[in-house]
Write a protein that binds this ligand. Sequence first.
Ligand SMILES: Cc1cc2nc3c(=O)[nH]c(=O)nc-3n(C[C@H](O)[C@H](O)[C@H](O)COP(=O)(O)OP(=O)(O)OC[C@H]3O[C@@H](n4cnc5c(N)ncnc54)[C@H](O)[C@@H]3O)c2cc1C
Length: 349
Amino acid sequence: MTSESLPIREDVPLAPFTTFRIGGPARFFAEAVSEQDVAAAVTWAEQQGVPLFLLGGGSNLLVRDEGFAGLVLHMKIAGVEALGTGAFEVGAGEIWDGFVSQSVAAGCAGVECLAGIPGSVGGTPVQNVGAYGQEVAETIVSVRAFDRQLRTFVDLPKQECRFRYRASLFNTDARDRYIVTRVRFQLHPGGAPTLRYADLQRHFAQASAVPTLVEVAAVVRGIRRAKGMLIVEGDPDCRSAGSFFKNPVVAVSLLPEVAKAAGMEASDVPHWPAGEGLVKLPAAWLLEHAGFVKGYGAGLAGISTRHTLALTNRGGATFADVERLEHEIIAGVESRFGVRLEREPVLLG
Ligand SMILES: Cc1cc2nc3c(=O)[nH]c(=O)nc-3n(C[C@H](O)[C@H](O)[C@H](O)COP(=O)(O)OP(=O)(O)OC[C@H]3O[C@@H](n4cnc5c(N)ncnc54)[C@H](O)[C@@H]3O)c2cc1C
């Protein structure tokens, strides 16, 4: 089956396109290497009356065992264009970590701490990826996308993307409306690396000179690798979707209860301010204090042996295995602390 300009395959297994390596087939599957392909795929899916799903690197994705009864469009639009003085326009299908390598090698600061995050450039604005003291929103100038409502390509300035912690317009209010085709970044040529994160500060504490961007990116990848948070072929701890739970934001008045349940003082519970009367709690801390420690789980899905927040496919796990573990953890943390955790990866199917 084909649209006029776009080859469309049928019954394509999705597991190999995800870092979890889990999930059934897509009823229809196509690759978009240009903006014309994106427009053609939207038209085709509408004509067939089937839903459309955008696939990037599949690193924040959990696919159900039944698969997806619609068209999966794999975003493969390529191209890194240097526009001068630290400005870049990058195709949605470029590998994010490749762009990081290129920009740090060119001496442009702003994304060095985001080295090693898997997935595509087009996936980064969706959940405003962040790590080790940086968030991608800090360097995004605008996002070019196909607006499925207005049926045209639009350039959304950063302010319209409504970036916040692991969220944007694209995964909240306007979910399914925009197909990101290109992202424009403004980096800082000759800028100093961001060394806000304690592990990074410790690593460079003895250094006689300010580390280079390339050095910082390499250290970040090293830290990630030690935690199973870098995709390394053959490492079962990275057969995951990264952090499986978001850090919950709760009323500050809940802190004494959380502390009591953990048998400590409220001031000893790790937390960060998160707006008027609110605090953010580390989900990993909640899991560990509810008994869900590294290596937890007797089945095919379990908690990573190196990172409490990553649920992993130990080999041959199904969606049902992951879902069972997810429910067990959510219920366990809620009954212990009265805090309900939310899943970070997107569910498909
Ligand atoms: C080992 C590991 C470590 C990770 N570490 C981090 C981390 O440190 N910080 C962090 O924030 N995340 C992390 N992640 C999560 C993930 O890498 C990011 O969320 C990444 O940006 C997802 O991009 P992707 O291309 O893989 O998106 P996918 O998983 O393919 O898709 C995720 C969502 O984005 C949508 N989407 C993808 N591309 C487009 C597009 N072009 N237009 C519109 N929508 C689109 C999809 O439809 C889906 O809803 C990690 C994941 C893994 C496996």
